[in-house]
Design a protein around this ligand. Structure first.
Ligand code: WT7
Length: 686
């Protein structure tokens, strides 16, 4: 039987097929200076977190937290695959990230906010100040708006301290936050508001991006309209002010609906709010991500399991100590930011840096100036950012005096060449690198080296992290042994505390997408029968290290962010002239992958630049600028199978300049392939 990795007839193209094929690299060993201070230096961890000790091994992570009531059951599998961790326990996430640190670290920086304009001073939020601000916002949400545990609030904010403050205020009340990436469009936000059933939206008037002050409140208005169209009335829009004493938006405030946060908060100044003690299994937040169907899905993450897992992995893998200045250069609007800017580092009482803007603003030295000025010693970012900085300023890091002890990469495969620049030039050969593989669904890292214990190998994420037992299966659920060089579907054999609980409002989809494929017995309550299907292709080298090749489903990973092919295609179809649309991932030097769009027009409509522009516009307004297609091709017809299915595989091969287009002779319209190839490879693009 053909697997997704063969160019078999009929199979759509997968990311794995166009993955870069680099050779196995040699090892790099962690420097003694790192090992000397690391949190995790005891090789006994492998034994402690081995399968014989599962699931009790995770007590070690749960014990990093402060519980109101200690739990009695580590893992309850009675409703498999809906896993319940630390059952019987009660805790509050904001207490764990703030209150419990006050006695020792009251005056220590919890957050350091670096605005994009370099002449605007950075803002330090101490643990005490964070405590006070979170309490005031919680007071407003509870007493001013009547929100209570279990309600949902959608947060559409840029990278400013108001974002973690609002999240933690929700957590204090047991209100489930749903943060939508600030760069997503108003429409995308509105769809997510409706799906989550939020009646409150938290926004901001504007923010800086690439040297410009963007109007963000305008997105809130579109979001509310969109949500209404989807059947959900937003009652209140709370608008933070980016600049004190100035308004950054031209959009009017709607009376009775829109409120300035600074006005509302006056009444709550100095208030304290008793944290609500939540069940360990109560949802903490929703985080939307893309899948095979057009509708984005909300991963529901738990309070106790999630928090324990991000605290444990932040300590073991990122090596965070309270005295570290840790900078994760990601956006809190993605899972990386939730887990590794907010919850993990703050649970460990670290100082977490947040930067508002783009890496190269005003020049490619910016990140290294920030690192020098703040004394950052742990740095965490995506391959896309590293590629961008390497291209724009390969020699910049050497000009600044900072010193990293550890660095992380996340979100996409990193090319060994890029890895080596990160290691040698950014890290000066003194810092360890952890290449962490995981997903929105997972809460925290799944594969990575343990930085003081395992050697690094450029281009490979590494083995499963403690307590994670990965396996690669072929299409027939046969295990592909390590060292064979054969790719397959990477799965995790066991549940872990950070795994999502379900898809919000759609438990069937949860089972279908992640567990159906390799489930051994649908009635079983034994976790061994329920391997988690990640949707990535991977190979395992003889040393046990996993190399992730990319998505095998209809997901395009752009700059480390997931976009669904179907979501993009349905955006294209909103353009009146478009009859059919197909979106394919194309390898891109900086962003890893970018979408390219093929459209066929309705009968009688002539192709034009204008239509191409409309398609780009539609994708940007419906999904967001991040999804901007690299090119739009208006084709006379789509290549189709005899049953009428669009052959994306062929389009992808053309876009990626692949020599082998596969067998096209069985297509309904083989001639069109040559025409499209001429058009694309002849260089005509929008
Ligand atoms: C997809 C998940 C997890 C936070 C950011 C992305 C890809 C993620 C790596 C890595 C190779 C990676 C996978 C995965 N991916 N990390 N270290 N090496 N690929 O979260 O948006 O849910 O995307 O990103 O394809 O399935 P996400």
């Amino acid at each position: 039987m053909a697997t997704a990795y063969d160019r078999g007839a009929g199979a759509d193209v997968s990311e794995a097929e166009i993955a870069v094929h680099w050779r196995e690299e040699g090892y790099y060993h962690p420097p003694a200076s790192f090992i000397g201070q690391a949190n995790l230096t005891d090789p006994g961890v492998n034994e402690r977190f081995s399968e014989q000790n599962f699931p009790e091994c995770y007590r070690e992570y749960a014990d990093l937290l402060t519980w109101d009531r200690y739990w009695h059951t580590t893992l309850d599998t009675s409703d498999a695959p809906f896993w319940k961790w630390f059952v019987g326990g009660r805790l509050n996430a904001s207490v764990n990230c703030i209150d419990r640190h006050l006695a020792r670290y009251r005056n220590k920086a919890a957050l350091i906010f670096v605005p994009e304009p370099e002449d605007e001073p950075q803002a330090v939020v101490t643990y005490q100040e964070l405590y006070q601000r979170v309490n005031e916002v919680a007071s407003l949400l509870r007493d001013g708006l009547g929100l209570k545990a279990g309600d949902r609030v959608t947060i559409h904010l840029p990278m400013t301290p108001e974002l973690p403050v609002t999240m933690l205020a929700c957590a204090r009340l047991g209100v489930i936050h749903s943060v939508v990436f600030g760069g997503f469009s108003g429409e995308a936000c509105g769809v997510r508001i409706a799906d989550s059933g939020s009646r409150v939206l938290v926004s901001m008037d504007g923010y800086y991006r690439n040297g410009r002050l963007l109007d963000h409140k305008a997105n809130a208005d579109i979001a509310v309209e969109t949500a209404a169209r989807e059947g959900r009335q937003v009652e209140k829009v709370l608008v933070w002010r980016r600049l004190s004493g100035r308004t950054a938006t031209a959009a009017p405030m709607v009376a009775g609906r829109d409120f300035w946060m600074d006005d509302l908060l006056k009444e709550h100044r100095g208030r304290k709010v008793e944290p609500v003690s939540m069940d360990a299994t109560a949802p903490l937040f929703l985080m939307y991500t893309s899948g095979t169907t057009g509708r984005p899905k909300a991963c529901q993450h738990s309070t106790g399991g999630y928090l324990a897992y991000v605290a444990g992995t932040s300590k073991h893998i990122q090596d965070i100590h309270p005295e570290d200045v840790y900078w994760c250069f990601a956006d809190i609007g993605w899972i990386t930011g939730h887990s590794y800017i907010v919850y993990g580092p703050l649970a460990l009482a670290a100082t977490s840096v947040m930067y508002e803007g783009v890496p190269t603003c005003p020049d490619a030295g910016r990140p290294w100036r920030i690192a020098e000025r703040l004394g950052v010693n742990i740095f965490h970012t995506s391959p896309t950012t590293i590629r961008m900085l390497r291209k724009a300023g390969p020699d910049e890091p050497a000009k600044y005096h900072y010193r990293f002890k550890s660095m992380t990469t996340v979100g996409e495969p990193i090319e060994p060449e890029v890895w080596k620049w990160y290691y040698t030039v950014v890290g000066r050969g003194e810092a360890v690198i952890t290449d962490t593989w995981w997903q929105t669904e997972n809460g925290g890292f799944l594969c990575s080296t343990k930085p003081a214990l395992d050697p690094m190998k450029p281009g490979s994420a590494g083995p499963g992290v403690p307590g994670i037992y990965p396996v690669i299966y072929d299409e027939e659920a046969k295990e592909i042994p390590k060292g064979t060089g054969k790719a397959g579907n990477i799965c995790i054999r066991n549940p872990w505390p950070g795994i999502m609980q379900t898809i919000w409002g759609d438990p069937d989809r949860y089972v279908k997408v992640y567990y159906q494929k390799y489930c051994k017995n649908r009635n079983s309550k034994d976790w061994r029968d329920w391997p988690y299907f990640a949707g990535d292709g991977a190979v395992q080298a003889a040393d046990g290290y996993f190399r992730i090749l990319g998505r095998i489903d209809d997901v395009i990973n752009v700059a480390g962010h997931r976009l669904g092919t179907k979501e993009l295609e349905s955006a294209c179809l909103t353009v009146a002239e478009v009859a059919e649309a197909a979106v394919v991932p194309v390898a891109d030097e900086l962003k890893g992958r970018m979408p390219e769009v093929y459209v066929a027009l309705k009968p009688g409509v002539a192709p034009s630049r204008e239509i191409e522009q409309k398609v780009i516009q539609a994708v940007e307004t419906i999904v967001g600028k991040i999804a901007r297609p690299r090119a739009v091709y208006i084709v006379p017809d789509m290549p189709k199978t005899r049953s009428g299915k669009i052959m994306r595989r062929v389009l992808s091969a053309i876009s990626n300049r692949s020599k082998d287009l596969g067998d096209v002779t069985t297509l309904l319209n083989p001639d069109v392939v040559e025409q499209i190839k001429q058009m694309v490879q002849g260089g005509k693009a929008a």
